[in-house]
Design a protein around this ligand. Structure first.
Ligand code: DX5
Ligand code: ZN
Length: 220
């Protein structure tokens, strides 16, 4: 049985002045999880949001917070992000993956992300500590970039190794790319610009879900 399809709109593409309004709207439009991108201007060449915003989001969100920390020292912050409200907290394998244990200890589900240039072998020994693996399909730091299909074999490898947890794909996911990601074995789909820049968020989320479900179903 493949794990359930989840659509996780990335709030990086929401309107930050009206964040609570956009959270409510995207939840009403069918979002399963809310993807929250935290950047430190060091591990990635951009800054976004941090602990106080995650805490504020937790106060209004009706769906789980899927927090992706693109920061150089996740070990120093893991517990604080869980306390702030992360239900799933994902750190990068290129940083300090010891944070995985701290995340679980603090009571959240632990995710491990890998950049497009990172060999999937690097996560293999860590899989028992992962509830989720996040495969980046763009270089992290910015929304609205072009999907990199060359990362898809990594997802196939993870499933071939028998990893039964969630496999999330992040970057450039929209109606045209979600199907191939699902066929490779992904079941959690981050979608920033394709949802928030579309005229009908509910219709876009429905298309993403239906396409992913059909292709995941055809796999098993
Ligand atoms: C990129 C972030 C993504 C980003 C995706 O560093 O991790 O979550 O918001 O945006 P889109 O879906 O527009 O590529
Ligand atoms: Zn992300």
């Amino acid at each position: 049985m493949p794990p359930p399809v989840r659509i996780a709109p990335s709030l990086l593409s929401a309107d930050f002045v009206h964040l609570a309004r956009d959270v409510a709207r995207v939840e009403d439009a069918g979002a399963d999880w809310l993807h929250v991108d935290v950047m430190d201007g060091h591990f990635v060449p951009n800054l976004s949001i941090g602990l106080p915003v995650v805490e504020a989001l937790k106060g209004v969100a009706r769906r789980p917070l899927d927090v992706h920390i693109m920061i150089s020292d996740p070990l120093a912050y893991a517990e604080r992000y869980v306390k702030a409200g992360a239900d799933v907290l994902t750190c990068h394998v290129e940083t300090r993956p010891e944070a995985l244990q701290a995340i679980r200890r603090a009571g959240a589900r632990a995710g491990l992300a890998l950049n497009p240039g990172t060999d999937v072998e690097r996560v293999r020994d860590l899989l028992p500590q992962c509830d989720m693996v996040l495969v980046m399909s763009v270089h992290p730091g910015f929304g609205g970039q072009k999907f990199m299909p060359e990362v898809l074999p990594k997802i196939e490898r993870l499933r071939a190794w028998g990893f039964e947890g969630d496999v999330e794909i992040d970057g450039g996911i929209g109606p045209a790319t979600v199907g191939d990601a699902a066929s490779a074995g992904a079941n959690v789909f981050v979608a920033g610009s394709s949802v928030f820049r579309s005229p009908d968020w509910a219709a876009t989320i429905r298309t993403l879900r239906d396409t992913a479900q059909a292709r995941l179903g055809a796999r098993s």
